[in-house]
Design a protein around this ligand. Structure first.
Ligand SMILES: *Cc1c(COP(=O)(O)O)cnc(C)c1O
Length: 396
């Protein structure tokens, strides 16, 4: 048999982590890595955070799972905490980002159905978007590498260039339900939505009675330096998908909505067997406890600035290799002048530095939000050392 037991959908590297502590990972063979990938923006508190680990262990021994057919003090408490600190009035818990996006899409469509406008089902999405791998989520991106061979995909999605407000507004018609947008595109290349673009989408939603659906699965939950990135832009969505960092490594997502936007999401319209089970809620509670401690977001901003400053200082010394730094807080992208995937592999295999490649030849730095000054310095030193000896594809 040629196929591996593990379905070979990932081009997996030789790194085989078996243990982690803070920003560090150890491979099966004992090699130590600085983890600037953070499980792709998931390990918000780093590896083995004592509060998170203890909360999960205690909850596992007390009550791990019950059906959503029963009342859930755990979910009510966590939902209340999110409602208290965000635009949202109501929350649905999922197990992943794609499911949070699915719930968001359904909420937006169902709103118009409840308003008596079932025709309004179309979401205007953006080029190079990434919303996950379900059929709904791949229907919401124009990226061929995710869509090819899975057609027919869902009808009801249109695509405009990212950051092109005019093009997005031009797509509005009688069928439009709203916009679905990552305020900072992650997988697409750490592209920050401009204030004018994001505020323009908000204004258009207000004007035309549309839903602004934000996907903050990657940029949200503290990573941008505020709890959610849209806070920095000064707008609020109607619906928002959250995941990645929310469970600190425990699989968890959430769809947040205003009371008005969730108007159609009545009993029987949606569900999830695992979503928001007591174990997931214990993890989420612990993550939020740590984030709500005084100084947490200040720390993210300070470390983000330090990392960005280090990267920017390094660029002129290696300007044949590096072009610019993008992003906010601890969601940073280093744009390369050549293949980013190749450089990410070099950093990993030759310098024990873990990063993630993104579209547009960007190297993503998504470290634990608990990263310290020493680790930021180690990252910059390692990147500089690697850049000095890197033989790029053009120099081969
Ligand atoms: C990772 C990601 C998703 C999908 O999350 P999964 O947990 O992999 O389903 C959706 N949207 C954005 C912006 C993401 O970065």
């Amino acid at each position: 048999m040629a196929i591996t037991a593990l379905m070979p959908v990932y081009p997996r590297s030789g790194v085989r982590p078996v243990r982690g502590e803070g920003c560090w990972l150890w491979g099966e063979d004992g090699t130590r890595y600085l983890d600037m990938a953070g499980g792709i923006a998931v390990n918000a508190l780093g590896h083995g955070h004592p509060k998170l680990a203890e909360a999960i262990a205690t909850q596992a021994a007390t009550l791990m799972h019950v059906s959503n057919l029963y009342g859930s003090p755990h979910q009510e408490r966590m939902a209340q905490r999110l409602v208290a600190r965000t635009f949202a009035d109501t929350v649905f818990f999922t197990n992943s980002g794609a499911e949070a996006v699915e719930c968001a899409i359904k909420t937006a469509r169902r709103f118009h159905h409840a308003e008596g406008n079932p025709r309004r089902h179309k979401l205007i999405c953006f080029a190079n978007a990434f919303h996950g791998r379900t059929l709904g989520a791949i229907s919401a991106t124009n990226q061929a590498k995710m869509r090819d061979g899975f057609e027919p995909l869902l009808p009801g999605f249109a695509y405009a260039p990212f950051n092109d407000l005019g093009a997005a507004l031009a797509l509005i018609d009688d069928d439009t339900a709203g916009f679905l947008v990552e305020p900072i595109q992650g997988e697409g290349g750490v592209s920050v939505g401009t204030d004018a673009f994001l505020r323009g989408l908000r204004a258009a939603c207000d004007e035309h009675g549309l839903m602004l659906v934000l996907d903050e699965v990657q940029c949200g939950y503290g990573r941008s330096g505020t709890f959610f990135y849209h806070e920095q832009v000064g707008i609020a969505p109607d619906v928002m998908a959250v995941a990645k960092g929310i469970g600190g490594g425990f699989p968890l997502g959430a769809c947040l909505a205003t009371e008005r936007a969730a108007k159609g999401m009545v009993a029987g319209t949606h569900g999830s067997t695992y979503g928001g089970n007591p174990l997931a809620m214990a993890a989420a509670d612990a993550v939020l406890d740590v984030m709500e401690a005084p100084g947490f977001f200040e720390h993210v901003r300070a470390m983000g600035e330090r990392l960005r400053g280090g990267l920017e200082q390094m660029i002129p010394n290696h300007d044949h290799l590096f072009a610019e730094v993008r992003g906010r807080g601890l969601m940073l992208g280093l744009k390369l002048r050549s293949d980013a995937r190749r450089f990410v592999g070099f950093l990993r295999d030759e310098h024990q530095l873990l990063t993630v490649s993104a579209g547009d030849n960007v190297v993503r730095l998504l470290p634990p939000l608990t990263i310290g000054e020493d680790e930021v310095a180690h990252c910059i030193e390692t990147l500089s050392a690697a850049a000095r000896v890197y033989v790029g594809p053009s120099d081969d």
